[in-house]
Design a protein around this ligand. Structure first.
Ligand SMILES: [Zn+2]
Length: 550
């Protein structure tokens, strides 16, 4: 998620998008910087383990509990920052059995320790907190806790917090760059309900106060925003998949009323998804934690090893095909897209929210690879091309760094088209697949930067792709290929924003075979026999470039 480009197509979303743009013009707040910036108060510790233990009082719409932070000091320090939204109360912070002081500033909390924590040492503290968390009214596009009832009137309460951040409902070091290595999630719910969180269910404990605690253990590094509580009258069914790393458990948690539909619908989508994505991206990255789909009252979210599903057991995106080609109606958008994030977003995570394209561009692109795996390359290409109608070219795909801000919603469709274009430039499908698998292997369970991803693709491709990524990700405008006769020779040049822009592109004399030329920003002769201004054609199916306006 979050599919801003589609929101624009949906009626309620047009407002969200415009409001977002207005907000951007206003600039960034002190709170944005506290959240988005990696100050020494945050880089001084590396998170190793969380034990989140929270009780959901559904009638009061309140939560209370604690989170244990186990960390390794990366510097000597006495003070650190963690994050918790200001509307939630920090009841106390406990260190070695004693209460230690803290101060608050916006959604940040600063804790001071009684002695210096020495670089390299492992230590821990526990934050106790309580209050009424933000209620999400338009999840997954806002964030917080969704309080709903199912069709039988039973509570259905889930969390969703991508973008806004996990500190909207639990205390943590809320920055994408630091993923906890493993985590125990204990969620206590009123008797009769179940909680489904990430990883594997370890234990169910009836508590004296009439609540039931569900302990879920995540054995792999996990993004904060992926950590989830799904509380409802869930029923379970399961399956297994024999994949590249052996037997993968597939667990499905749905409401009783959905059971028959889910049994028919989930397997048809999820197994071909695993087959396609393991082929293109390598092994599912979380075998230890299993693969899960959990029915939710909101549309969906890539909650690691517990994908949120709310697409009503329909193909398409709520029945809609975003490409307009028909290929998007042959599969369930939410199952395929959100599961694609297990590789791009959950396995490989951007260090800064400004690089959300690492999550969304690759995942949006994965949709066409899923189609290709099932219906052939031409079908995947057609779908990918169809996504162009959703592009706005309104602002750069890479957002500003250190302020917890995403770039343009173009990171979805335009990002997918750029990646397909890069594949065309590389002109070797096996090499392209090796690059996609190589990314998932090289950056396995890591947080990464723009440079790491782009340099990796550039190096492995053997092509000069740095200017291509620079232009398409850092600037809103498309490069334009200009043709002109210069000193009697038919020439071409790129008009672009990126410094020293150059990109190979396929052109032909009308009706002939396409051939690669590699123009620069200076006019050079077009090396295609017989080409002139009137008969030259660009391969506009594979290359997304601008038009020269006379
Ligand atoms: Zn997504």
């Amino acid at each position: 998620m979050k599919l801003r480009f589609l929101i624009i197509l949906l009626s309620f979303g047009a407002l969200t998008s415009r409001a977002q743009l207005l907000k951007e013009k206003e600039g960034f707040t002190h709170a944005d910087s506290l959240r988005g910036n990696l100050t020494p108060l945050r880089t001084c510790y590396d998170i190793n383990y969380y034990h989140l233990d929270v009780k959901f009082n559904i009638t009061q719409r309140a939560i209370s509990g604690s989170n244990l932070f186990k960390f390794t000091a990366t510097e000597d320090f006495t003070k650190l920052q963690f994050d918790l939204f200001a509307n939630l109360t920090v009841d106390k912070v406990i260190y070695k059995g004693k209460i230690i002081p803290f101060t608050r500033d916006a959604n940040a909390v600063f804790v001071t320790f009684p002695k210096t924590i020495a670089k390299g040492s492992k230590d821990q503290f526990t934050v106790f907190y309580s209050g009424k968390p933000t209620v999400a009214v338009n999840a997954p596009w806002d964030g917080g806790v969704v309080f709903k009832k199912d069709s039988l009137g039973k509570p259905w309460v889930v969390t969703a917090c991508e973008g806004v951040g996990a500190s909207i409902w639990w205390p943590n070091k809320d920055h994408l760059s630091d993923e906890v290595d493993s985590m125990l999630i204990s969620i206590s719910v009123p008797k009769g309900l179940k909680d489904v969180s990430n990883g594997r269910l370890r234990k169910v404990t009836p508590l004296a106060d009439g609540y039931t605690r569900f302990d879920w253990f995540v054995a792999n590094p996990i993004n904060n925003y992926d950590v989830v509580a799904n509380i409802g009258d869930y029923v379970h069914f399961g399956d297994t998949y024999m994949g590249e790393k052996g037997k993968l458990t597939m667990d499905y948690w749905v409401l009783p009323a959905s059971l028959a539909k889910a049994k028919e619908h989930f397997g048809i989508n999820a197994k071909p998804m695993l087959k396609a994505f393991e082929h293109w991206f390598g092994p599912y990255p979380f075998y230890e934690d299993g693969y899960k789909l959990v029915e939710t009252p909101h549309l969906g979210m890539e909650h690691q090893s517990a994908t949120a599903y709310g697409n009503h057991f329909l193909n398409g995106y709520l029945g809609y095909d975003m490409s307009g080609t028909g290929w998007g109606k042959k599969w369930d958008y939410i199952i395929i897209h959100e599961s694609g994030h297990e590789w791009f977003g959950n396995n490989i995570t951007g260090k800064d929210l400004g690089d959300m394209w690492i999550h969304e561009s690759f995942t949006c692109y994965s949709e066409s690879l899923f189609i290709e795996d099932n219906w052939g390359k031409a079908a995947g290409q057609e779908y990918n091309f169809g996504l162009r109608s959703g592009i706005e070219n309104d602002s750069p795909i890479v957002g500003p760094y250190n302020v917890n801000k995403e770039g343009s919603g173009d990171m979805y469709p335009k990002g997918a088209i750029i990646l397909n274009m890069v594949r065309t430039i590389i002109n070797d499908d096996e090499k392209w697949r090796d690059i996609l698998r190589g990314l998932n292997k090289t950056f396995y369970h890591q947080t990464v930067t723009y440079n790491q991803v782009v340099n990796y693709i550039n190096e492995k491709s053997g092509k000069n792709l740095l200017p291509v990524f620079d232009q398409y990700l850092h600037y809103k405008d498309l490069p334009i290929l200009e043709f002109a006769t210069v000193r009697g020779k038919f020439c071409s040049r790129w008009i672009a924003n990126a410094k020293d822009f150059t990109m190979p592109i396929l052109v032909r004399v009308k009706g002939g075979e396409y051939k690669f030329i590699t123009p620069t920003t200076r006019f050079t002769p077009v090396d295609v026999e017989g080409a002139n201004k009137d008969n030259i054609e660009i391969d506009k199916l594979n290359f997304y470039v601008g038009e020269l306006v006379d």
